[in-house]
Design a protein around this ligand. Structure first.
Ligand SMILES: *[C@@H]1O[C@H](CO)[C@@H](O)[C@H](O)[C@H]1NC(C)=O
Length: 325
């Protein structure tokens, strides 16, 4: 009897053990690289946009642990204050501040930058983290299609408004969160604002491609200033980004995909690692205009290699946001 039992059970037991081990390592692999270097950020001033949850919040938490002075720039001040309190409690770093920034409004962006400069005359790290994805057609306060408006134009204006203080604080860094989705993007030269046609996925990909082209062009303009700018793909991360995606955003959708999310989708903490690497790794001191994923340099997609697209986008962005350098 026992022999039969063993015979029946062994393959099952071994099979499931092997699968469990396989799934464990697959998950470890999918969670991506970790930034493990110790750095001391005491006295360094950082701005992180869109950080009341997800990757942004985890990024602020780790920066706070390392002693940085951090300005959390968020639209929803109630959630921002709540996240700030949690971070102060967890790190005992009281130099964490919540300030209002609505990337849908150029007025709000200018107010934020003015207010920041009144409080601080240094800025060492700017992390353009905020992003929206897969939205139905909407316009910002200034009439920009919302995905290119928030993900690119808002951050374009914010970055340019802060360049003087970044330059005077050099060495300093700008970190731009893009996405692997940039590979599917195209800069619609005849319809950048999606007035003739709108496809929510394509508008997202265009905005993420814009992040990389912006990084490419800005890095050229910043040569020799001691300010670097790099873009990155944080990984596919389980945050509120999916809230607008029809099926995945629903209750049933969430339950059905939960096991796959556990294996294939990074936690927010793991999603923050490449941002921390780009912002802090001493080996990147002189590295600019690059693209990272899983805490290593990667090649950008072919769509992101056209200088003329980068120049076109820069000129349009200056016109739209009424600023130039
Ligand atoms: C960056 O450049 C400066 C000036 O050339 C040099 O002193 C420094 O060692 C470089 N840093 C790294 C990490 O290569």
């Amino acid at each position: 009897m026992n022999a039969t039992k063993d015979y029946l059970f062994s393959p099952l037991v071994y099979g499931s053990t092997l699968s469990a081990i396989g799934i464990y390592f697959l998950r470890q692999y999918m969670q991506g690289g970790q930034f493990t270097k110790n750095t001391d950020e005491t006295g360094r001033v950082v701005i992180v946009t869109g950080c009341n949850q997800g990757i942004g919040k985890e990024t602020v938490l780790e920066l706070a642990r390392r002693g940085a002075t951090i300005y959390m720039a968020c639209r929803d001040m109630r959630k921002c204050q709540q996240a700030r309190q949690e971070i102060i409690k967890a790190t005992n770093n009281h130099n964490v501040f919540a300030r209002e920034l609505d990337l849908c409004s150029m007025k709000s962006i200018r107010n934020f930058a003015d207010g920041f400069k009144q409080e601080q005359n240094k800025l060492h790290i700017l992390i353009n983290n905020a992003g929206i994805m897969d939205c139905p057609k909407m316009l910002t306060e200034d009439g920009f299609e919302i995905q290119i408006g928030v993900n690119h134009m808002g951050h374009f204006l914010l970055t340019l408004l802060l360049l003087d203080v970044l330059k005077s604080s050099a060495p300093s860094r700008i970190v731009v969160l893009s996405s692997i989705a940039h590979r599917f993007g195209r800069i619609k030269r005849d319809d950048l604002n999606s007035e003739k046609s709108y496809d929510r996925k394509m508008a997202y990909c265009q905005s993420k491609l814009a992040n990389i082209l912006f990084t490419r062009e800005l890095s050229k303009r910043l040569e020799g200033t001691g300010v670097t700018v790099n873009a990155l793909h944080p990984g596919v991360v389980n945050t509120e980004l999916f809230r607008n995606t029809p099926f995945l955003g629903s209750k049933i959708g969430k339950i059905l995909i939960a096991p796959f999310i556990w294996i294939f989708i990074k936690t927010a903490r793991n999603g923050a690692q490449t941002s921390l690497y780009a912002a802090l790794d001493p080996s990147l001191e002189n590295v600019s205009g690059k693209y990272f994923s899983d805490c290593t340099p990667k090649h950008v997609g072919s769509a992101a290699q056209y200088d003329d697209d980068a120049e076109f986008l820069w000129a349009e962005s200056e016109k739209w946001t009424n600023i130039s350098i």
